[in-house]
Design a protein around this ligand. Structure first.
Ligand code: KG4
Ligand code: ZN
Length: 332
């Protein structure tokens, strides 16, 4: 039986989790509020906050799981991708713990962990499955044949889906991160405005044309009526949300049809979006596919998902050396 302590520090969440085999016993997430006033994540601030919080967060996770650090069998950590300064904190800490406790170190690729978080669902997807990972940093369609065989079929060539929500929200003067607020207001509006949809090929995404189209639309409307945003906020949110979700699902559906895969998952912070969930479920029902979405706590950045990915590496004795370095642009 394995007890794994997992650490995640790739962006603005300091998180630690303890897993018994693949069961998450604790999953503590400290979300850094310090960035809010800057309208985005400030890398230097993020690494400082990680340093200040990491000991507390790990202690908390061990206590909640009722596990002593001496009982641990391995330390797992996000190696990348992410902010270099933030990754250095987690990787450095994990290496010292692994060395002092004389237990193996397991490196985890962050976006693979988002995908594999689906394996902890009550009814996990069967292999092969597809996952659409949509977060503030990533948008990927991934084909999963086993926990160690993952392939990216498509990805964004510029902004991530979460960034598209956040940047469009900023144009509407909504606070960062705007995704959850757009979701809330969209429920009160009608998607009556349409914006430019990406024309990039295959299963790739692009949100730069969409962003420019929202910007120019608002600029033109504001010339006519300076209160246009305030007076139409709910409809604008509903339109932005439906535009992003339709684009996301169109390519995802095409990938599933062409690959002949019938188990489909969502992952990442944007999978909390009610419009995307609904469209995802409708699309799966229409095609007779099985749909899977992890628990909300496992959708946003958290160490629980790092622990799940690490557990499968543990089973394969896939360990890292102590000269491990963070990799800000780590690929699959
Ligand atoms: O996965 P996550 O917590 O962190 C990253 O790895 O980026 O995702 C954060 C992103 C932000 O862009 C946020 O606006 C978006 O997820 N988000 C949402 C919702 N909840 C979070 N976007 C749309 N609707 C939501 N309900
Ligand atoms: Zn993430």
């Amino acid at each position: 039986m394995s007890l794994i302590l997992a650490i995640e520090s790739s962006c603005d969440d300091t998180s630690a989790a303890v897993l018994r085999e693949s069961e998450i016993l604790s999953n503590v997430v400290y979300n850094q509020a310090a960035h809010k006033i800057y309208g985005g994540v400030v890398p230097e601030l993020a690494s400082r906050e990680h340093i200040q919080k990491i000991v507390q967060v790990i202690d908390h996770a061990l206590k909640e799981a009722k596990v002593s650090k001496n009982d641990l069998n391995a330390i797992a950590v996000t190696r990348g991708p992410g902010l270099l300064g933030s990754l250095i904190v987690g990787v450095g800490f994990a290496k010292s713990l692994s060395q002092s406790l004389e237990i193996p170190l397991i490196e985890v690729q962050h976006t693979q962990a988002h995908v594999l978080s689906n394996l902890s669902n009550e009814q996990p997807p069967s292999f092969p499955f597809l996952c659409l990972t949509v977060s503030g940093g990533h948008t990927q369609i991934v084909k999963v044949e086993s926990p160690s065989k993952l392939e990216i079929l498509g990805k964004t060539i510029d902004d991530a889906a979460g960034e598209a929500f956040d940047k469009a929200g900023k144009m509407l003067n909504l606070p960062y991160p705007a995704g959850p607020e757009i979701d809330k207001l969209a429920k009160l509006g009608t998607p009556k405005y349409s914006f430019s949809k990406s024309k990039v090929g295959d299963y790739d995404y692009s949100f730069s044309g969409f962003k420019t189209s929202v910007l120019y639309f608002l600029r033109d409307q504001l010339k006519e009526n300076e209160n246009f945003i305030e007076e139409n906020l709910n409809d604008l949110c509903a339109s932005i949300q439906s535009n992003i979700c339709e684009v996301l699902m169109q390519k995802y559906e095409k990938a599933a049809i062409n690959e002949g895969i019938t188990n489909l998952c969502l992952a990442g912070g944007v999978s909390a979006n009610s419009g995307l969930r609904q469209l995802f479920q409708e699309t799966c029902e229409k095609n007779g596919w099985k749909s899977h979405i992890p628990d909300f706590k496992l959708c946003t950045d958290n160490a629980g998902m790092i622990g799940i990915a690490a557990y499968y590496k543990y089973l394969n004795n896939d360990f890292s050396d102590l000269d491990l370095t963070p990799d800000a642009r780590m690929q699959f």
